[in-house]
Design a protein around this ligand. Sequence first.
Ligand code: CDP
Ligand code: MG
Length: 702
Amino acid sequence: QPARAMDLVEEESGAPGEEQRRWEEARLGAASLKFGARDAASQEPKYQLVLEEEETIEFVRATQLQGDEEPSGPPPPTQAQQKESIQAVRRSLPVFPFREELLAAIADHQVLIIEGETGSGKTTQIPQYLFEEGYTKKGMKIACTQPRRVAAMSVAARVAREMGVKLGNEVGYSIRFEDCTSERTALRYMTDGMLLREFLSEPDLASYSVVMVDEAHERTLHTDILFGLIKDVARFRPELKVLVASATLDTARFSTFFDDAPVFRIPGRRFPVDIFYTKEEIEAACEMLQDRCRRLGSKIRELLVLPIYANLPSDMQARIFQPTPPGARKVVVATNIAETSLTIEGIIYVLDPGFCKQKSYNPRTGMESLTITPCSKASANQRAGRAGRVAAGKCFRLYTAWAYQHELEETTVPEIQRTSLGNVVLLLKSLGIHDLMHFDFLDPPPYETLLLALEQLYALGALNHLGELTTSGRKMAELPVDPMLSKMILASEKYSCSEEILTVAAMLCVNSSIFYRPKDKLVHADNARVNFFLPGGDHLVLLNVYTQWAESGYSSQWCYENFVQFRSMRRARDVREQLEGLLERVEVGLSSCQGDYIRVRKAITAGYFYHTARLTRSGYRTVKQRQTVFIHPNSSLFEEQPRWLLYHELVLTTKEFMRQVLEIESSWLLEVAPHYYKAKELEDPHSKKMPKKTGKTREELG
Ligand code: CDP
Ligand code: MG
């Protein structure tokens, strides 16, 4: 049964169609576009493209506005036919003819670099070949890492289907806060971060016979760290097989790093792709694209528009891969996840805007920011390649040939060189790796970044003055969250408020917005949001939202009425449960502050005293670095402008905005971090009362 846009929407919340439609209407936050043939009765176009506010670039969804008759097609295949066709597809993949040769090479070499075009079958087939070959005998496991959660989930699901087993039995996946594996799971797809955490419980990975580091060319922070650790383990576990799989990029570097390991090349089949550059401004090109969408809509019977992005619920991902019904077309709107991690059959046209979202990090100020930056030439070529998988294709680049030549970098800078390292340093320290300066990095991180991470961990009490892990540091490493967040959770023991802190932590982990603001109901939505405000700031607002939702029996109707995103809340609930399960391991008991929010605020301060700002005559400055920063207009404290505050994160958009801010008292800083703050630097140079700022309202800011 092919996916219909309406199914997609209905299944997601399980709500009846009518309620769901209201939901959708309520979500028309950032942009919407109606297209398709007009319905005879209502004169409304049939489809609507919805851009969610909080995920403007990442999430586009089509909702079918009017009912439509079922597409008529051939009868659904029988189970036996399906099984046969799955096997036929497996045999048709480029890797298949090399099965024996590949297995022989793996038998002969401990480390093998495998290079092959995206879609050649590396991720889904090679672990299966190893399984068939007996590498999982005697309870041994095969790990295959993916940089992205969604890839781990979807390939595991695909492989389970190919093997005819239930996901979570022989084949499973594990990603942060979600474990779909069991005792008998021999093929384990997991994020690279999860394999890193495996080292904590099993430093020699003794239960694994094969580790396949997949998508190695992505060079994520976790993948880079894995390289160093695995190289080391491989030395004293000669029977461990290490596979490094990558698209056709960078393989020589991997080979050199692994002591000149051989490279196994799977020849790809590629059809030619014509590349078209834009002559216009980007915006003009976008308009043209929308126009084209509308025109297409009136010519064809059905246009499936399917989103794919990193946090898409697993049940929805499968839809992307289902064959398009006869006579229809499929539009996939994707983040760079579709660049290499996933392969969708039948793509002939690619539109490449030439951008990606990229983290960058300033070790001098300790500021991390997520910005939209031009992608690299390597990325652009990879994107174009998606068009030539099944036939000759076309790639429309929404930038000029000149820009491609002169403005794009050759390759993307590896993440390890543009991110904070607190998390990873803590992990390495708990694995007993002390000399980080001499750790075997493929590309070393900047010296200052490493130093700053050590300093921060020292300030958080995770390391002692010799740089050794403390008891508290060991506990912090147990929790799968950032060091500051783990510190906050540990501190909730002292302030007897772990119930509340768990909620705050879970809400902070859900890295998408909790509230939504539909354009036609701005006033209602803003009122609903303001109703959750509590004196103290955004962390308490998050706590308040969650508590009221829990009291409603975790109801989706409640979310709808209060302009709260049900999906984000559901995820927060999952995360909270998992964190609660870990409390015992870190010796924190369950306790509640009984409404004494000062205790909650102090516990948060104990984790985030590094992220503090004070109000000066010229606005907010961070306390230590004296950087100019601003309260995000969405914050409950935007108009309050308290003298001292802490923030969860800084995001650089038009300015350096602090997101999720909490009002604190400077004396708390001395209480929670006496080793870090001196009373003198917390003195207020100004008169007692600061004139209250008349900050711009969010409407003025647009
Ligand atoms: O890893 P690599 O890019 O080499 O290929 P793969 O991900 O193993 O994909 C092999 C084939 O499986 C492709 O033709 C994909 O379209 C298909 N596939 C799928 O149908 N569903 C998935 N979730 C993953 C792959
Ligand atoms: Mg792959």
